[in-house]
Design a protein around this ligand. Structure first.
Ligand SMILES: *Cc1c(COP(=O)(O)O)cnc(C)c1O
Length: 401
């Protein structure tokens, strides 16, 4: 039976959003789903309270990383049994990279782009140093990635949607090119999962990882996930040999033996309370059709761009103009972008700032509609035309932007 069309009025009713706030930062931290407090409370009372250590089995805590991995797999076009949840995205990127490099032992180049998220690049730099065998990270401009895929590249490591500009790589085409040259691919889905349809198997992706606190709305510190393609699952090894990734963790053997396939990518004890929050967030996502989501996202981003360009000539679009070439966020360059964003936030429009001059706005159709887009454009236009950003208090840099 085909899924019914997504009811975006219903999805909106599933989130807490403070009155008077226009929240365009769900690409950084999603809002609280209405069902989450009770679900997390249940993990504490009665589960933790009454079951204590028995909860690992009786409440299903121990297998939650695989169980939630399967639910995520179904939403990103991954084969069941090939996604596992845990740790943070940086750690999952490290594991994927180490595993992929080991599958191409004769090669030394990790290829990425200069727009990639710093943590992904730092992880690659750190791993290369640890390996100490001449492995090096090469970064090129995003539009030059394809031309730099060669027979020297071991791993092409990219974030599909650029965190700063929303520019989107062609996952399928780049994966194909990488494979033609014998390279493996790692796709970071931080700004893809929950933002647009993802189909890992049909793209032929070798590894992927993503987080759940941005578009997925599983809360601050919610765990990441990792995908290992079935064709690599038996060979791919983890660089982080934790006991939860052991074949028989409760045998407490002296030596490490890998668990079956993607389960070996588990490291240590899973964050049970945060997994309960993820469970509640996925309940909402299971009612969403990703094609519907994408169509709504494009309507909203197009409307925002048109409104801002008509009313704020000071701002210059930093995102691709073609909606097919971007994710679900829109960014603008403005020299005083930091102060302008503070002025917006002071007026209840929450976006964020990314150095050096990017004002970034995320569009999340689950709880953002046309009226929020128009409201944000109107307030931004007032700020720009009245130079309302030009106040000392808006120019003091905070630790977190
Ligand atoms: C948000 C984000 C991260 C963050 O990693 P954590 O380890 O979860 O803090 C990493 N990579 C990309 C591309 C991101 O957008």
């Amino acid at each position: 039976m085909p899924k019914p069309h997504t009811d975006f009025d219903w999805t909106r009713s599933q989130f807490h959003l403070p009155d008077g706030m226009i929240y365009l930062d769900g690409n950084s931290l999603g809002p609280l789903p209405v069902a989450t407090p009770a679900r997390v409370a249940r993990a504490m009372e009665p589960e933790w309270r009454d079951m204590l250590i028995g909860g690992w089995v009786k409440a299903g805590w121990h297998l939650a990383p695989e169980r939630l991995g399967d639910r995520i797999a179904a939403m990103i076009g991954a084969e069941p049994g090939h996604v596992v949840v845990g740790d943070t995205l940086s750690i999952k990127i490290y594991q994927a990279l180490a595993a992929a490099l080991a599958l191409r032992p004769e090669r030394r180049v990790i290829l990425s782009d200069t727009g990639n998220f710093p943590s992904d690049l730092y992880m690659a730099q750190g791993l290369a140093e640890t390996l100490g065998n001449g492995t090096r990270l090469v970064t090129v401009a995003p539009e030059e990635v394809e031309a730099h895929i060669s027979d020297e590249v071991a791993v092409l490591m990219l974030t599909e949607v650029d965190y700063r500009t929303g520019r989107r790589h062609d996952m399928k085409a780049l994966t194909e090119t990488a494979h033609e040259h014998g390279a493996l691919t790692i796709w970071d889905l931080a700004h893809s999962f929950g933002a647009l349809p993802v189909d890992l198997a049909s793209c032929g992706a070798d590894f992927a990882a993503g987080c759940t606190y941005k578009y997925i709305n599983a809360g601050p510190g919610a765990p990441a996930f990792i995908y290992v393609a079935p064709k690599h699952a038996a060979q791919a090894q983890t660089a982080l040999q934790g006991w939860q990734g052991h074949a028989t963790p409760f045998a407490f053997e002296h030596d490490y033996r890998p668990a079956f396939e993607v389960t070996r990518m588990r490291v240590g004890t899973p964050p049970v309370l945060q997994l309960a929050a993820l469970e509640a967030a996925l309940d909402v996502w299971e009612q969403v059709d990703f094609e519907d989501l994408r169509a709504r996202s494009i309507v909203l981003t197009e409307r925002f761009i048109a409104g801002v360009e008509a009313r704020c000539p000071q701002l210059r679009l930093a995102s691709p103009r073609d909606p097919e070439a971007r994710g679900s966020q829109v960014s603008f360059h403005f020299e005083e972008g930091y102060a302008a964003m503070q002025a917006l936030i002071a007026r209840g429009v929450i976006g964020d700032f990314r150095a050096p001059d990017i004002m970034r706005f995320g569009f999340t159709p689950l709880y953002i509609g046309e009226s929020e887009v128009d409201g944000a454009v109107g307030i931004l236009a007032e700020i720009m035309s009245g130079k309302l950003w030009d106040r000392a208090e808006y120019k003091v840099k905070a630790i977190i932007t």
